[in-house]
Design a protein around this ligand. Structure first.
Ligand code: DON
Length: 318
């Protein structure tokens, strides 16, 4: 395997991604099953912890997969990147009057900063920020849920993608934190739709069911300056794609974002379903899934796999 000779070039053409994925799977498989499956959403606690899958989709049109890469899982917070894309299209730069763009340094569902900062969530990738983004999407698109579904199906080139109503219901039944956050934000006037409508949309976006293959393909527009790699159509303009990638780097893994940049060195977004998607600008997107989470809510084996990927291939932004 020619991994070591090509690792500093950063070129996809010289990379043997199939061999890289095999080596990563062998290295991190002992970690799959470690950590804790998210059990605060009861439906997620039923997912077997020992799953591991990974997919790499390149802008050249190649796809590499290993393990459970085609098994669909609950993407949870990864959906915040899709809704942020839609909200930026809807509001443009005015979005930043309603949500910040600094790392929170706190847990994704923390309430503490919101009071001091008068209902303006620190960034769009923590839960409160995602509620504001969901509110913008609801205000702008009459069939917001349908529009989101159409968006991800198109991006992933998979018309079979859907939301799992059982996951959405399970989260709604236990979503006390999200309800607290959304009510609090609404009290500052930073939600315009009824709290129930915002939460309903938010729980459904989190319940999107996608595989690593779907996710890797669906993030390619962020590796391609906002263009769809298949059609050349503009999904989002290049400047916004750049900003979304920056937000993923600084806020996409919450209070572990610094550690994640240190270990992996790529814009990335995690979800408590155990998925993590990362982007190598100009080159590829990749996704990994393993449900066991570390204490910050990021996939334990998934983070290790991404660390191995950028180390073996030299494909990080640093
Ligand atoms: O709102 C929640 O708590 C979940 N639906 C999503 C949280 C999440 O995925 C955080 N990611 N690491």
């Amino acid at each position: 395997m020619s991994i070591d000779s090509s690792r500093r070039s950063g070129s996809t053409r010289q990379q043997d991604f199939a061999a890289v994925l095999e080596r990563i799977a062998a290295d991190v498989r002992p970690l799959a099953g470690q950590g804790r499956v998210a059990d605060y959403i009861p439906r997620l606690a039923q997912v077997p912890a020992d799953r591991f899958g990974m997919a790499v989709a390149t802008l050249d049109g190649d796809l590499f997969r290993i393990g459970d890469a085609d098994e669909a899982f609950s993407i949870q917070s990864i959906s915040k990147v899709f809704t942020l894309t839609m909200a930026l299209e809807a509001l443009g730069g005015d979005l930043w009057q309603r949500v910040g763009r600094e790392p929170s340094g706190s847990a994704f569902n923390s309430l503490v900063q919101l009071e001091r900062e008068r209902g303006i969530p620190r960034n769009p990738l923590i839960n409160g920020g995602a509620h504001v983004v969901a509110d913008v999407v609801l205000s702008h698109y009459p069939d917001a849920r349908g529009r989101l579904l159409a968006f991800v199906r198109e991006r992933a080139d998979n018309p079979g993608i859907d939301m799992d109503p059982e996951v959405a219901r399970s989260e709604r039944e236990t979503g006390y934190r999200n309800a607290a956050l959304a009510n609090f934000i609404r009290s500052f006037g930073n939600l315009h739709n009824p709290v129930d409508a915002v939460l309903d949309f938010y729980f459904h976006q989190c319940a999107l069911h996608m595989s690593c293959t779907d996710l890797a393909r669906s993030f390619l527009y962020l590796a391609n300056s906002g263009l769809c790699q298949r059609s050349g159509e503009t999904v989002i303009d290049a400047e916004r794609a750049k900003r979304i990638n920056a937000l993923m780097l600084t806020c996409g893994t919450y209070d572990a974002a610094g550690e994640f940049a240190f270990r992996v060195g790529l814009p990335a977004k995690s979800g408590v379903g155990g998925g993590i998607v990362a982007v190598v600008p100009g080159v590829l997107a990749l996704a990994v899934w393993s449900p066991g989470l570390d204490e910050k809510g990021n996939s334990l084996a998934g983070a290790a796999a991404l660390d191995r990927f950028t180390t073996l291939t030299g494909l990080s932004i640093f």
